[in-house]
Design a protein around this ligand. Sequence first.
Ligand SMILES: *[C@@H]1O[C@H](CO)[C@@H](O)[C@H](O)[C@H]1NC(C)=O
Length: 519
Amino acid sequence: MLEVKFSLIAILASLSFVDSSNILLVFALPGKSHGILGDGFVRLLLAAGHEVTSITTYPTRQLHPNLTEVDVSRNLDLSPDKYINIKAVLDKEIDLNNITGLIHAMKNLGNTTFTNENVQKLMMDPSQKFDAVIVEWLFWELSSGLSAVFDCPLIWFSTLEPHWMVTKLIDENLNPAYNPDFMTGNTIPFTFMQRVAELCKQIVTSLFLDFTFVPMEEKLYQVLFGPAAAIRGKSLPSYHDVRFNASLMLGNSHVSLGQATRLPQSYKPIAGYHIDPDLKPLPENLKKIFDNDTTGVIYFSMGSSLKSKDMPEKLKKELLKMFGTLKHTVLWKFEDVLTDLPTNVHIVKWAPQPSILAHPKTILFITHGGLLSTTETVHFGVPIIGIPVFADQFNNVDRAINKGFAKRVDLSYTMADDLKVAIEEIISNPRYAAKVKELSLIYHDRPVSPDKELVHWIEHVIKTKGAPHLRSPALFVPWYQKVYLDLAALILIGLLAIKIVIKQLFCSKGRTTSQKKNN
Ligand SMILES: *[C@@H]1O[C@H](CO)[C@@H](O)[C@H](O)[C@H]1NC(C)=O
C-alpha cells in the first residue's frame, strides 16, 4: 500500500513537473497577518508543483526542495507594532489614520527591502529567471519593479476588499458615490455629506499620490532596480508603464464579506484561500476547556499585532470582573499572566484561531476586526463584537454590522459595560448567529474553491504570457475622455459659435435698420 502511495506521488510529481513554473512572491510587509497571507500562496503553489522563491518578513525555514526563502525579517524593525499598542491608541497618542505618515513608512519599507543583502543577491544574479512575480499591494507599488527586472508578468495581491486605489491599477477608480474608501469608515448607502466626503477623499488622496508619493517612489524605483536591469543589459521602462502593466489582481475579498462591487475581468476574488482545510486539532489545554464547557464559549482576541497585555491595568481588571459575571466560558488570548481569574475565564498565550472558530461550542468572537479575523468568522459562521483600533478595522466592523452579524464597541477606558451589553444582545438574540450562518453559506457556495482559483489564475497568466486578453480597456482611455469632457467642450464651442453667428446677424441687421433710419 505504502509503495503504491509512493509511486502515485512520484507520478503526480513528474506530471506536475511538466508544467512547473518558477514564481517569485513578495510579502515583505511587517505584520503577522501579511505573513499568514503569504504562507497561503507558498503552501498552494508548492502543492501545485511549482518552484517558489519567497521574499518574506516571516521566513518559515521549512525545508522543501522547491522553496527558496529570501529573508527580509529585518523589516520587522519598521513594524507599526512598535508604536501601535492599545494604550497609545486609547490615550490618542498616535493618529493612525494619518495617510501621510503611513505612506512615508512605505518609503522606508521600500529601501530596507530592496537594499537587503538577500534581495540584492537575488536581483543582481542574471541567471535568476521567473515566470511571474506576485506582489502584495498595500500602498506599496514599488515591488512591481521586480517584474521589470525579471521581465515577467506582474500579479498584484490586494489585501483588502476592493477599493479605488487598487482598481485604478488594473481598470479605473471606483465611483465614490457608492464605493467607500477603505479608511473613511463610511458604509453604503451614503448620506449627501458622506458622498461628498468620499469624492473629496479620492481627489485629495489622488493629488497627494500623483504629486508627492509616486514621484518619490519613482526615484526609488530607478535607484533600487536600475542596477539590476543594467546587469541584464536592459534599461528600466518607465515606472508608470510598470505599475499599470499588471496581468492580474488576486483580491483577498469575496462578495459575502464586502459589497457587490463592479470589478474588471482581471480581478479575481479569492478570500479564504489562506485557511488550511486541514484544521489542526485543539491542543490539550484548550480541548479540556471546550470539553468542560456546557453553556458556550466566547473567544476574545485582539489579533496578532495588538496585544491585550498593553491594555491599562484598570481596564483589564474591569474586563475580567465583567467576564466573571457571565454564565459562559470566556477564552481570552492574552500574552501575559493575569491573576485572580474568575472560574469561567481562561487565558491563552497562543490560540489556533481557525480551530477555535470551527468548534461548534464557540458562540461569539470578540475581535479587533482585522480582515483575516472577519474572513475566518464568516468562514466558520460565528457572530462578532468588533473593537476596531486602526486602519481598515473600522470599515470591516461596520460592514459586518451592516450585514447584521456584528455589534461594535468603541475602545475606551470604560468599555467593559458597553461590552457586556453587546455580549448579552448577541447571545440572547438569535438573528446574529442566523445571519452569519447565512453569509457562511454564500461564502462557501462557489463553483471553485478559492485555493483552486488562486492556482488556476496564476497558471493562466503564465500559460498565456501575461493574459493581455484580461486587460481592461479603461486603462488606456484618459479620464477626460471617459467623462466626455472633449465632447462637452465641442458642444460648448459649437453653442458659442452659434451664439456669435446669431449675434452677428442680429447686430448687423440692427445696424442696417438703424442706418436706414438715420438716412
Ligand atoms: C507588460 O507586460 C507584458 C506581459 O507580461 C510584457 O510582455 C511587457 O514587456 C510589459 N511591459 C512593461 C513596460 O513592463
